[in-house]
Design a protein around this ligand. Structure first.
Ligand SMILES: [Zn+2]
Length: 492
């Protein structure tokens, strides 16, 4: 068989002012920049991503590489960037004259003019290749699914882990299901159910209840029925009509598919009280608890500064947690990653051991943006390039650009020039700072940090310092979300 492969991934937050431009796709820090054709296969080979894993698993088939691009989560994709990548993909898939089309997507992209950006892309791909060519692909667990996306495709499979360690497994799973997809014919049975409440991002973690058990249920129903199932808890900071959790499936026969999807959807709905019971701790209380616990802990207390998680499109430059650690006189605490290219540059210019009198962080509009005043002492410097070992994007060199650690009192702050989440312990250790040797490690991340830091943590406390990635989805000012979707679990 001839299989055309490509990808276009973005998680867009509509409450964020920074648009995502073509430049953001062309050059990223945490994964390769936009690529096309044979060079794309060479660039992505071996990475823990959907496309290369699918290609590896589909060995023996003829692969036609089209194009792939992904950018850090931020505001909606500009009309120009969306048009450019859609045109490249659609033209490539059309020219490939393939037997199967594979596309790696996120599922929560919003573009200027297209709230359901993947729905629009898939509609165009379907129109280009015709009704009889199976269109299959992978999705992030944070997809905000639409009926359009399901109806335009023969199989979409979402990740089943958060932290996402299964990008590659999801690509391999799609390859394994290809034979069944072909037996289902050009119009497989499909079902899509929306869940009537939003799930906070931090509650979607698959290492904890109830999400952990829901994925076990998914796999049990799938094994029993032969219906391919996905549960996407959704990406709340997006004011679009399709925002929120969904369950969907593909299979051979309508009633079986509908029944399997209904069973899984019922399990998710039954977990609503368990979702409601999860708590994000206000920052002052979280820091006080961390300081108290750290006195007798053998390992660091990890604070997750979820409201400034760049993985959910936040700027990663807020200062609330730094200010609180200083105010409570925390000892042996380190905070990262603060996205502040100017301060990182100033630290490099000043040199190791030098004093910086300038404030760090903040400076934009919005909550948590008061810069944190100096003086700071420069304690470590690097070019921000290291090999990360956490099981996400394995074997990838991470680029943070010019990077520095500065200290004030008992609090160190890691300043980087390229915005990204701390996923790997090497984020700190490549600068000579072993995070295991700190009492408190505060990370600007909601859940992905657990891939590298859970195993060294005495305890993880998810906390809410001022920021844009509101931990409680009910705090967002939704205009387009349908009225029947509860803004938080168990909300009236
Ligand atoms: Zn995700």
């Amino acid at each position: 068989m001839r299989i055309a492969v490509g990808g276009f991934l973005h998680e867009s937050g509509t409450f964020v002012d920074t648009p995502t431009t073509w430049e953001d796709f062309a050059r990223t820090g945490a994964w390769p920049g936009a690529c096309e054709g044979e060079a794309m296969l060479a660039t992505l080979a071996g990475l823990n991503l959907g496309l290369p894993a699918f290609v590896e698993e589909a060995r023996g088939h003829e692969i036609v590489p089209v194009a792939w691009a992904m950018a850090q989560p931020a505001g909606p994709v500009t009309a120009a960037a969306f048009a450019r990548m859609c045109d490249t993909l659609v033209a490539g898939y059309r020219a490939a004259r393939a037997d199967i089309v594979f596309v790696e997507l996120h599922g929560a992209m919003v573009a200027e003019g297209h709230d359901d950006a993947e729905g629009e892309l898939l509609r165009r791909i379907r129109a280009a290749v015709g009704p009889d060519v199976p269109v299959v692909g992978t999705l992030d667990l944070h997809a905000n699914m639409s009926t359009r996306m399901v109806e335009a495709t023969n199989l979409l499979s979402a990740y089943r882990t958060y932290p996402h360690v299964d990008w590659g497994d999801t690509g391999r799973r799609v390859a394994h299901w290809l034979d069944r997809v072909r037996t289902w014919g050009p119009r497989p049975a499909r079902a899509f159910r929306r869940i009537p409440f939003l799930v906070p991002v931090t509650a979607g973690c698959t290492l904890i209840s109830p999400t952990r058990e829901l994925y076990a249920t998914l796999e049990a129903i799938e094994a029993e029925t032969g219906v391919h199932l996905s549960f996407t808890p959704g990406f709340p900071p997006a004011d679009i009509a399709d925002c929120g959790p969904a369950v969907f499936g593909y299979g051979a026969e309508e009633t079986t598919v509908a029944a399997a999807v209904d069973r899984l959807a019922a399990a998710v709905v039954a977990a609503e009280p368990a979702y409601a019971a999860q708590r994000v701790v206000p920052v002052a209380e979280a820091v006080a608890t961390a300081i108290a616990l750290s006195r007798n802990a053998r390992r660091p207390i990890v604070l997750a500064d979820t409201q400034d998680n760049p993985g959910a499109a936040a700027p990663s430059n807020t200062t609330g947690i730094i200010a609180e650690l200083l105010r409570q006189d925390a000892r042996d605490a380190i905070v990262g990653i603060l996205h502040d290219p100017a301060s990182a540059r100033a630290a490099h210019a000043a040199g190791l051991g030098a004093r910086l009198d300038t404030a760090i962080g903040g400076g934009l509009a919005g909550p948590g943006q008061a810069p944190q005043p100096g003086p700071w002492t420069v304690t470590a410097l690097s070019d921000g390039s290291f090999e990360g070992t956490a099981p996400m994007l394995r074997s990838k060199t991470v680029e943070m650009g010019p990077t520095a650690i500065v200290r004030q009192g008992g609090v160190e702050v890691l300043l980087a020039s390229i915005r990204q989440q701390p996923i790997h312990r090497e984020t700190f250790s490549h600068l000579g700072v072993d995070p295991r040797a700190r009492r408190i490690v505060a990370l600007k991340s909601s859940v992905h940090f657990r891939a590298g830091f859970q195993e060294i943590a005495e305890e993880v406390i998810t906390c809410a310092a001022p920021g844009t990635n509101l931990a409680d989805p009910a705090d967002f000012d939704f205009r387009k979300l349908p009225a029947h979707i509860r803004r938080r679990p168990m909300a009236p």
